[in-house]
Design a protein around this ligand. Structure first.
Ligand code: UDP
Length: 377
């Protein structure tokens, strides 16, 4: 029987890709988003890409971040539908902004999670997939990072993710009926191969890949590389970049684990990464190859709070979730560039005519990416 899943933050970058994979694997999905850092256009494109399954998606706009209203909205949604599980993406995610506005981050990410958990408990829904982050590891002594490494975030954003993880662990200890998957994302990049879904950051991008993309389309003149004197292969920072579609599939795998008959999952953390480290200069060179564009760069100071090298140990997710990232840097840059070419200004600039044109020229059920979707029952 198909499962009903509530996805908070489903119009965002990772959320929209995940909602699509869920629909394609036969789930019924309700999503709620405040559209602060996302667009409703993503929802209509997900519906379109899902074909017939698009009718199994409902969207609720959360108009306020105020705690009491947030709770009322969740209650209204739960009154309408019985959910088998929730995937919780909603929250704020910019590291730099979290340093400048810590209260906003503790409010959205920690209090927001508590409110959701309270409503889930009230309606007897005790299966959760939580969107955590590799930033909970801070700057580890060695790599690859296994899930049992010490947790020592270096900024308020990472701290909010750790606090929410701790709340989940305590909740499970207090009531073992709770089953919670804490998914620690490494560096999600790339876009849906159709070119219809991708990352659309507001303002100046904080992250490397969207910044490189904006330099390639000449929205910004140069990329500043933050530090070239690290003890890495070429002196620049090394990270574990993961294709957003792989990451979305990781959520399907996590849900499958939760729904396994006699599943013994309590509250468990899993890294979602590729296990491979790539430097800033390697990303630039791969993007230049994919796009045929030169990315002018300057070397700047190290960014405060940045670690030198961070990549995932992937064995736990591979063995317990039966999930492994399929795509490499080449595909990540190819799909990022395809998204950039089709949507140089993100979702924002499409009027309804061009929106129809974009959708009709970009998708057919026979498109090759359909066959890549990890279908699960
Ligand atoms: N980076 C950079 N210039 C930028 C943005 C990022 O050199 O404009 C570097 C950053 O120092 C890090 C890597 O790119 O070594 C990935 O940074 P990102 O912010 O994307 O991810 P995070 O640091 O949060 O893992």
């Amino acid at each position: 029987m198909s499962k009903s899943i509530l996805v908070t933050g489903g119009a965002g970058y990772i959320g929209s890709h995940t909602v699509l994979q869920l629909l394609l694997s036969g789930c019924h999905v309700a999503t709620v988003d405040n559209l602060d850092n996302s667009s409703e256009v993503a929802i209509s494109r997900v519906r379109h890409l899902a074909g017939d399954s698009g009718k199994h998606l409902s969207f609720h706009k959360k108009k306020s971040n105020e705690a009491r209203l947030k709770k009322i909205i969740y209650i209204k949604i739960f009154l309408n539908c019985r959910f088998d599980a929730v995937i919780h993406f909603a929250g704020s995610k910019a590291v730099g902004e979290s340093v400048a506005k810590p209260l906003l981050y503790y409010n959205n990410n920690v209090i927001g999670t508590i409110i959701l958990l309270e409503v889930m408990a009230a309606y007897g829904c005790k299966k959760l997939v939580f969107s955590s982050s590799a930033s909970v590891y801070g700057s580890p002594d060695r790599v690859p990072c296994t899930e049992d490494f010490p947790l020592a975030p270096m900024n308020p954003y990472g701290q909010t993710k750790l606090m929410a993880e701790d709340i989940c662990r305590d909740l499970h200890r207090s009531d073992p009926e709770w089953q919670i998957m804490l998914l620690r994302y490494f560096n999600p990049v790339g876009a849906h191969p159709s070119g219809l879904l991708g990352e659309d950051p507001r303002g100046i991008p904080n992250n490397l890949m969207p910044y490189v993309q904006q330099v390639a389309v000449e929205r910004r003149p140069t990329l500043t590389v933050f530090g070239n004197n690290y003890s890495t292969k070429d002196g620049t920072g090394v990270r574990d970049y993961i294709h957003v579609v792989d990451l979305a599939d990781g959520h399907n795998a996590a849900l499958n684990k939760l729904f396994e008959k006699d599943s013994k999952i309590g509250c468990e953390a899993y890294n979602l990464g590729t296990g491979k480290g790539t430097s800033v200069l390697e990303i630039v060179s791969a993007f230049e190859k994919a796009s045929g564009k030169k990315i002018p760069l300057v070397f700047g100071e190290r960014r405060p709070g940045d670690c030198e090298v961070l990549y995932a140990a992937t064995t736990k997710a591979e063995t317990q979730l039966n999930w492994k990232a399929k795509y490499g840097i080449e595909e990540m840059c190819r799909d990022q560039w395809n998204w950039a070419c089709n949507n140089p200004y993100g979702y924002g600039k499409s009027d309804s005519n061009t929106e129809d044109e974009i959708i009709s020229t970009k998708t057919k059920a026979s498109d090759s990416w359909f066959s890549d979707v990890c279908i699960t029952s």
